[in-house]
Design a binder for this molecule. Structure first.
Ligand code: CO8
Length: 264
């Protein structure tokens, strides 16, 4: 286990688990945590390129909270300039998660509010424990989401639902989050991390180049007109026929054996 006082990093086989750990503040995100996340994601990108890490799971310490938002005490006296820098740094973390060539899964235990909901949304998908609570309560503090809640959330659940969450500040439970497509799955309390780890380990067995390409094309295509997005898919699909993993994957199927992917 490595990391800082507030961020724990451990590798379980080829899956990296990053745990935000500020239990006294329900794992709220202060500038130190955001800077730590940026550093960890930078290191993870290098480890992914080296083939050492094939999936990342992000979670919060303890069962009560994933992340209860940005740290309100740290934000209370921010100037416009400092707040802009803080939001930019947060968005940098979101972009780094999306840009990793490996899947990222949020294991949401308890509160995922404000910046916590936004951090989960920046992952490729979310598994929510039964006790998870999602919301964008920023309007109650006189601000708005600053880490993707007005944009990434709308793309995930649709404009009207994102408007409802951002304008009412209401909190929704795990079942409702799954119903509207914010969480992919609800799992028993205490099992979000183990279920996310199992999914991450499964993905880590598949061809890493194909997994990276699937993620890249899905993310890149989401903001494009359909014809352009389909063209991206065609090129990525064809390009994979120049990899050893494609030859191995198809030969293994035809030979009725398990594929041994090398990531090349
Ligand atoms: N920031 C700082 N401290 C917090 C936060 C937070 N977001 N949430 C909880 N804490 C602290 C509490 O102050 C309390 O500390 P202490 O024990 O010293 O008084 C401790 O955690 C435990 O919290 P509670 O006693 O309040 O626990 P409850 O079980 O009664 O309530 C709640 C839990 C409902 C989660 C409640 O704590 C709460 O409402 N928290 C605030 C939630 C919130 O408003 N989040 C949004 C923050 S704004 C935001 O995220 C903007 C993001 C945009 C920029 C991001 C850029 C990176």
């Amino acid at each position: 286990m490595t990391g800082t006082d507030t961020l724990l990093v451990s590798d379980d086989g080829r899956v990296r688990v990053v745990t935000i750990s500020r239990p006294k503040a329900l794992n709220a995100l202060n500038p130190e945590v955001i800077a730590g996340l940026a550093q960890v994601l930078d290191d993870t990108a290098a480890a992914a390129r080296a083939g050492e890490v094939r999936a990342l799971v992000l979670t919060g310490a303890g069962e009560k909270s994933f992340v209860a938002g940005a740290d309100i005490a740290a934000m209370a006296d921010m100037s416009v300039g400092t707040a802009r820098e803080f939001a930019r740094a947060g968005h940098g973390v979101g972009e780094a998660l999306a840009g990793l060539p490996i899947p990222t899964i949020a294991a949401v235990n308890g509160f995922a509010l404000g910046g916590g909901c936004e951090l989960a949304l920046a992952c490729d998908f979310i598994y929510a424990a039964e006790n998870a609570k999602f919301g964008q309560p920023e309007v109650k503090l006189g601000v708005i989401p600053g880490f993707g809640g007005t944009q990434r959330l709308a793309r995930r659940v649709g404009l009207a639902r994102a408007l409802e969450l951002c304008l009412t500040g209401d909190t929704i439970d795990a079942a409702e989050a799954a119903r509207i497509g914010l969480a992919n799955r609800v799992v028993p309390a205490g099992e979000a991390l183990s279920v996310a780890l199992a999914a991450a380990k499964k993905i880590a067995d598949w061809g890493p180049v194909a997994v990276a390409e699937a993620k890249r094309v899905l993310h890149a295509g989401a903001g494009l007109p359909l014809a352009q997005a389909n063209a991206l898919e065609i090129e990525a699909f064809a390009g994979l026929f120049d990899t050893a993993d494609q030859k191995e994957g198809m030969a293994a199927f035809l030979g009725k054996r398990r594929a041994e992917f090398k990531g090349a």
